[in-house]
Design a protein around this ligand. Structure first.
Ligand code: UGA
Length: 434
């Protein structure tokens, strides 16, 4: 099948590459000429484990091409994916400027039937708006389909190639047939392609992310209770997670969720609810809990250092909002670092992938180390903000020899409390006994 993907950001690039991988001929279109040039030359523009290899292979086989020319890019395509940014606009609602702008340009370019697919996370009713924007200029036949993406950064290729489910919102039989054929290779194990109307598909995406964020904030509140009652959140997590109705996954407490999706989507669903005069009470609480959780370690650190952080030097392991990504959008680590710096402390950080991005955004407000151990030199405490695998079983002898005090504040519960206490550390984590 011939496919066009408009927008070569995170979702667009993964989508384009993975569709090429199943034999389709994919043209990715972007207005950023510099990016298109890099991608065409085989230089991948995002960090995503496993993507580069299939990106290069499909580029070489010419199943994957890049252009800035929208007309040329969509000319022969049967399916046109819109993978465009939907940043939070004023008041938190998703800004549809890019999506509708491109839809209106498409209207001027189309000459034959195409399925135009919203891949970006867009508010309920967007498919209808895209339909109208195209129809203003194109009087022929076309369909607009909502096909939200559920991939996670860090495991995007696997999530895309073997999705738990594919959600397709369309009421057109013609579009349904095309989407069924497109996704057939991805659901060979029997996972469903769930067809529904456009609005339900759009809401499904927000509901999924909001539900997952709710699970996290709920566990973060249970962790708060555990700290006050002397219970252990790890035990409670295992105790409830083995009930299949609850499920084991996404019950890990920490210093809050971040990234480009959960914070934005929760906020956008609250806003869209308000627009239809519904007060989404649970979600407002989910947001509020997450805001507080990002700084959950701060009072513990203050208390340990007698409310005086001036001149203290802290090692920060982890800057990305989660492991296996260089993405620092809404990263809890940066909120915590900022708060500590504002109280007079200095931060020496190490992150396996995210340091270049942090340097670009906050410059030398934070110092950066060459390795996780170099970051420890003469520090008053180690703080852990992201659960990169390489932080899980560190060499405690090296840590001992470098840290000034045997003190660890762990925002991701990496270590066994007893083990680390037996090593003589003052160890504080989330929702577990000290
Ligand atoms: C999330 C969803 O999981 C994807 O299904 C969705 O497609 C994507 O958003 C999106 O809308 O594009 P992502 O933001 O890549 O994916 O990251 P997650 O792995 O879901 O983690 C989100 C945040 O939750 C991270 O900050 C992570 O540390 C936190 N988290 C996750 C917890 O605090 N506890 C957990 O148990 C799980």
């Amino acid at each position: 099948m011939k496919i066009a993907v408009i927008g070569t950001g995170y979702v667009g690039l993964v989508t384009g590459t993975c569709f090429a991988e199943t034999g389709n001929k994919v043209t990715c279109i972007d207005i950023d000429a510099d990016k298109v040039e890099k991608l065409s030359a085989g230089e991948i523009t995002i960090y995503e484990p496993g993507l580069e290899k299939i990106f290069l292979r499909n580029l070489k086989e010419k199943r994957l091409t890049f252009t800035t020319d929208l007309a040329e890019g969509v000319k022969d395509a049967v399916i046109v994916f819109l993978a465009l940014p939907t940043p939070p606009g004023e008041n938190g609602a998703a800004d549809l400027r890019y999506v509708l702008g491109v839809a209106s340009q498409l209207g001027k370019l189309l000459t034959d039937y195409k399925v135009v697919v919203d891949k970006s996370t867009v508010p309920v009713g967007t498919a209808e708006k895209v339909q109208k924007a195209i129809a203003e200029n194109f009087k022929g036949e076309f369909d607009v389909v909502s096909n939200p993406e559920f991939l996670r950064e860090g495991v995007a290729v696997d999530d895309f190639m073997k999705p738990d489910r594919v959600v397709v919102g369309t009421t057109s039989e013609r579009a349904r047939k095309i989407m069924t054929d497109l996704y057939a290779p991805f659901v060979r194990q029997g996972n469903p392609v769930i067809f529904m109307d456009e609005k339900s598909a759009e809401l499904t995406k927000y509901a999924a992310n909001s539900f997952l964020a709710t699970k996290i904030s709920f566990m973060n509140e249970i962790a708060q209770l555990c700290e006050r009652l002397g219970a252990d959140v790890d035990m409670v997590r295992r105790g409830i997670g083995s009930d299949e109705r609850i499920g084991k996954r996404f019950l890990f407490p920490g210093i809050g969720y971040g990234g480009s999706c959960f914070p934005k989507d929760v906020q956008a669903l609250v806003m869209s609810s308000e627009e239809v005069k519904y007060d989404f009470k649970i979600l407002k609480a989910v947001e509020q809990v997450n805001e507080l959780q990002k700084l959950h370690l701060l009072p513990k650190i203050r208390e340990y250092f007698n409310n005086d952080l001036k001149g203290k030097r802290f090692t920060l392991w982890g800057l990305a909002f989660k492991p296996n990504t260089d993405d620092i959008r809404e990263a809890p680590a940066l909120y915590l670092a900022d708060a500590l710096i504002n109280e007079g402390a200095t931060i020496v950080a190490f992150d396996p992938e995210a340091m270049p991005n942090v340097k670009k955004s906050v410059g030398d407000r934070i110092s950066y180390a060459e390795s996780q151990y170099d970051a420890l030199n003469d520090a008053d405490a180690l703080i852990i903000a992201t659960e990169w695998s390489e932080f899980r079983t560190p060499d405690f002898e090296i840590i001992n020899s470098k840290l000034r005090n045997k003190v660890i504040f762990d925002g991701r519960n990496l270590f066994d409390v007893k083990y680390i206490s037996d090593l003589g550390y003052h160890y504080e984590s989330i929702g577990r006994p000290i």
